[in-house]
Write a protein that binds this ligand. Structure first.
Ligand SMILES: Cc1cc2nc3c(=O)[nH]c(=O)nc-3n(C[C@H](O)[C@H](O)[C@H](O)COP(=O)(O)OP(=O)(O)OC[C@H]3O[C@@H](n4cnc5c(N)ncnc54)[C@H](O)[C@@H]3O)c2cc1C
Length: 406
């Protein structure tokens, strides 16, 4: 059986970054990477539509961490050690010039994920690294021996074809949903995160293409604000994605069927919306209720809200009783949309779930159950909103683990 100082299972973002950092810190260490595919960094290659949104520029770590529905408090310490600024410095120092877009998303200047892949592979090759592809790790077990030259403890790693490898320190970085026997850790169930919503309301989806900024979505126990896009099937946009991500577990329990409330003007209370309409009615009594949207909402959407309030859209504002204005205000502040399912967000498939965070020491990424065993990346019960945050969690946890491996 061949023995290595370090075995890394999974040549994805977290595993390869850990290998690269470890190789540069301790080039004498023998590192073996076991990867089930025939090439490394498959997801990084397709990330960000092939451009790789590798992090998100933000210097305030607490604000940054708010983008992680699972893992936000655990990641604050790690981000102070190696956060988005350090990530950008690392890639720039490894010949990957970066650009930061207006929304904070950071990409390689080349606009190609290959630049990121090349940098990681070149850095990893600095060390005493061997990678075995088409090697699916199926189980790990602890080894302990007492000999004349002292105690030795480590791990035995078994691959699907029967090959076995031994190491002193083991990093598991197999991404979301990958299970390996013998890990003996609690796994939080995996459910999708980051998706868009379907609705059966055809009058609503007939408004496809409308975008409203600063909308508030609510579902039982959940709330999210931001831009909303009405699609042919339902709703999408940052507010919908945020709700899906923060509500991933409860929404799965409800089988993605629930009544969503949309507040189209959350900066005003329902009473304030009513009072504003009263003054519009006084100022423009002859205008038609359904064809003039007084508060900046799209006219087509406004007409639907008026109809849902039971008010004839052809009516003049001046002919609308106060009760009708109250009904419209109720639709503006609490439009009810039946949600009947979910759709994936573009091709980006993110799951929540994984190794229970309490069982890992986030100062080192070491298992609290087995000394010498480390975790990094999506295998942990960590996931984030879109914008470079998911890869940042992989770089950060990979970096911290690497400090202990080398
Ligand atoms: C289409 C798409 C686009 C994305 N775009 C972005 C983006 O632009 N920005 C962003 O921040 N995030 C993005 N993400 C999310 C991001 O890619 C992941 O969060 C990140 O890759 C997680 O890194 P990881 O190393 O933990 O897992 P992975 O990258 O999934 O790597 C895990 C590796 O382990 C290997 N493996 C699994 N099981 C075993 C086993 N038993 N034995 C051996 N090897 C094994 C896998 O083959 C894989 O190579 C995107 C995701 C997808 C699917």
């Amino acid at each position: 059986m061949i023995s290595h100082d370090v075995i890394i299972v999974g040549a994805g973002a977290a595993g390869m970054f850990a290998a690269a950092v470890c190789a540069e810190r301790a080039p004498g260490q023998s590192i073996l990477v076991l990867e089930r595919q025939s090439e490394p960094l498959g997801k990084v290659r397709i990330s960000g539509g092939g451009r790789c949104n590798l992090t998100h520029a933000c210097t305030d770590i607490r604000t940054f961490a708010q983008n992680y529905p699972r893992g936000s408090s655990e990641l604050i310490g790690p981000f102070h050690q190696f956060g988005p600024t350090e990530t950008m410095e690392w890639f720039e120092a490894h010949d990957v010039p970066l650009v930061t877009l207006e929304d904070g998303c950071v990409f390689p200047q080349s606009d190609r994920s290959e630049s990121v892949i090349d940098a990681l592979q070149t850095a990893a090759e600095n060390g005493h690294l061997e990678t075995v592809f088409r090697a699916t790790v199926v189980s790990v077990s602890r080894l302990h021996s007492t000999g004349t030259d002292g105690d030795w403890s480590g791990f035995q790693v078994e691959v699907a074809d029967g090959r076995q490898f031994v190491c002193r320190k083991l990093l598991i970085a197999t991404g979301g949903g990958a299970l390996i026997d013998g890990l003996d850790h609690t796994i939080e169930p995996c459910v999708p995160s980051l998706f868009t919503f379907k609705t059966s309301d055809s009058a609503f989806t007939a408004l496809a293409g409308i975008v409203e900024d600063e909308v508030r979505l609510s579902a039982p126990g959940l709330r999210a604000e931001g831009t909303l896009l009405i699609t042919h099937g339902g709703i999408s946009g940052p507010a919908a994605l945020r709700l899906s991500s923060f509500g991933a577990r409860v929404l799965a329990e409800d089988h993605y069927c629930f009544a969503m409330k949309i507040n189209w003007l959350p900066s005003s209370s329902e009473q304030e919306v009513f009072e504003q309409m009263e003054s519009f009615r006084a100022a423009s009594p002859r205008k038609q209720v359904g064809t003039w949207s007084p508060m900046g909402l799209s006219v087509r959407l406004w007409k639907l809200l008026v109809c849902r309030a039971g008010v004839d859209p052809h009516r003049a504002w001046g002919d609308c009783p106060l009760k009708a204005l109250r009904h419209i205000a109720a639709q503006v502040s609490g439009f009810e949309l039946p949600i009947t399912g979910k759709n994936p967000h573009r091709e980006e498939f993110v799951t929540c779930g994984g190794i229970r965070l309490k069982e890992v020491n986030f100062k080192t990424m070491e298992s609290r159950l087995h000394p010498g065993l480390f975790f990094a990346g999506e295998i942990l019960d960590i996931d984030a909103l879109t914008g470079g945050f998911n890869l940042q969690a992989a770089w950060t946890t990979g970096y911290i683990a690497a400090q202990q491996l080398g």
